[in-house]
Design a protein. Structure first.
Length: 415
């Protein structure tokens, strides 16, 4: 029977661990189901459809004319006329327009990657407060159990006339505070869950798997700084837009050049009174045309627009680089700061726990200083909560650093 129970426990644990989801799993879910990110990908797909629109020739023009009063010629009256004309832009115009559209489409894809990385950061920034909340709930529950034990000890000391009823009342007050704080923490979970699940496009209160503990450590100097300004999709998108502006400038200049046309006229001729050999013979006439670019305001404005766009994107790139550099320094500071705080709180917890043990032993022997026991317990709880907060802040800063340095993952995240 015991063997059967053990097998059942192992089976249940296996199922539970199989269902548990890591933060990377939530990244994958968000990347596939977040509507904001899907809209960004649609922008890229829309931009791809622009390429054949601007790199293709205009439609040929077919016209039909009928002579209400036939024009008499030597070979007979002209009855109707058919014309087919195709205009061609200046050499290289279509290629330049196609290059500009293709570069803009590629820039849209880089913007999608930037939005994906930003989404991952926002998912992490919403996940770690949930982690902190779970830790605080667990700590508050442990605190309630400890205070209940203290209350039991105080009652026993009161029955033995080793302490006053005030100690029991003090424990009751602390227990009421702890239970109220626990209830507030549980209520706080609802908006945090809604914030997290909305980014995954799930139901507001869908359960979220939490890790039991996290690892925090020091990071080397200039950690991943080489990838801050190289391989960053936000900067790559601006580089592509600058190149697209250059191609658009070339296209605008060539749009101001003459356009060439080739056409064919076909005239239906009726039979005339003469008996010439070509009497009634239809006329076939090839034609060539050239547009004369006299009105330059539109062309000049398009060229200037393309140049201003390049200057705009260059300034945006410079501003983005400055923002990335300052964000990197702040993220590194937050990492180092919270790592030091975690180390400090762990030392304080160790010392406070030792002090609490001594005070509790003294109280059990003499029945004195119960208030100091409660105060030390709350101080211990405070340090433990501060560790949970610093761990969450450390990991959020690390997620920000991953975002700034465009750290990606090995698995496929979006189709």
């Amino acid at each position: 029977m015991r063997i059967t129970i053990n097998i059942l426990i192992v089976f249940i644990l296996a199922i539970t661990s199989a269902k548990a989801q890591s933060l990377e799993d939530y990244f994958r879910i968000a990347a596939k189901h977040n509507p904001e990110l899907q809209a960004k990908y649609k922008e890229y797909e829309v931009a791809l459809q622009k390429i054949p629109q601007v790199s293709s020739l205009t439609d040929p023009v077919f016209s039909l004319g009928y002579f209400l009063s036939p024009v008499e010629t030597r070979v007979g009256p002209q009855r109707a006329k058919f014309s087919l004309t195709q205009m061609f832009p200046w050499f290289g115009t279509l290629k330049a327009q196609g290059d500009a559209a293709a570069l803009l489409a590629e820039a849209r894809f880089q913007e999608f990657l930037e939005a994906r990385n930003n989404l991952w950061y926002r998912v992490a920034a919403a996940y770690y407060p949930l982690y902190e909340l779970e830790q605080r709930i667990r700590l508050e529950q442990e605190n309630i159990e400890i205070l209940s034990t203290f209350k039991t000890i105080a009652k026993a000391k009161f029955r033995n006339d080793n302490s006053s009823m005030v100690d029991v009342l003090r424990a009751d007050i602390m227990l009421e505070d702890a239970n109220t704080h626990l209830e507030i923490l549980r209520e706080k979970k609802k908006p945090l869950l809604a914030t997290f699940n909305n980014m995954l496009n799930r139901e507001d209160q869908a359960p979220v798997e939490m890790v039991d503990s996290v690892l925090t450590g020091s990071i080397p100097e200039n950690f991943r700084r080489d990838s801050l300004l190289h391989g960053n999709p936000a900067l790559d998108a601006l580089d592509l837009k600058i190149r697209a502006g250059e191609a658009a400038e070339v296209a605008a200049i060539r749009q101001g050049m003459p356009k060439l046309g080739a056409g064919l006229d076909y005239v239906i001729v009726g039979e005339g009174p003469l008996t010439a050999s070509d009497n009634g013979k239809d006329v076939l006439m090839p034609m060539v045309s050239v547009s004369i670019p006299l009105f330059r305001k539109k062309v000049d404005a398009a060229v200037k627009e393309a140049r201003l766009r390049q200057e705009q994107y260059a300034l945006e790139k410079e501003a983005t680089e400055n923002s990335l550099a300052s964000g990197y320094e702040m993220a590194v500071f937050e990492l180092q700061n919270h790592r030091q705080l975690i180390a400090l709180y762990r030392k304080q917890i160790k010392t406070t726990q030792q002090s609490l043990n001594l005070l509790l032993a003294s109280y059990e022997n003499s029945g004195n200083a119960f208030e100091e026991v409660l105060r030390m317990q709350q101080q211990l709880l405070k340090y433990k909560k501060q560790i949970a907060s610093s761990e969450a802040a450390y990991l959020t800063a690390l997620a920000k650093l991953n975002y700034l340095t465009a750290k990606t993952y090995d698995y496929e995240t979006y189709r």
